[in-house]
Design a protein around this ligand. Sequence first.
Ligand code: FES
Length: 65
Amino acid sequence: MYICICKGITEKMLLDQIRPSHNSQEQILKNLGIGDSCGSCVVDAVKKILENQNNLDSKTKKSDS
Ligand code: FES
């Protein structure tokens, strides 16, 4: 599924950028060029990043305890 049609960025490409080392949302968007054209994808892309960073955080915390 495409997250950013203008740049041809798929959900998988976005999720591959999310790591425990925490790239910031802005950095991930910048790395992929998401929002550089029409910008209509930015809100959904940020939501997706936040959801997956939160999931990653809870998995990391569970494995730490
Ligand atoms: S859909 Fe992402 S910049 Fe247009």
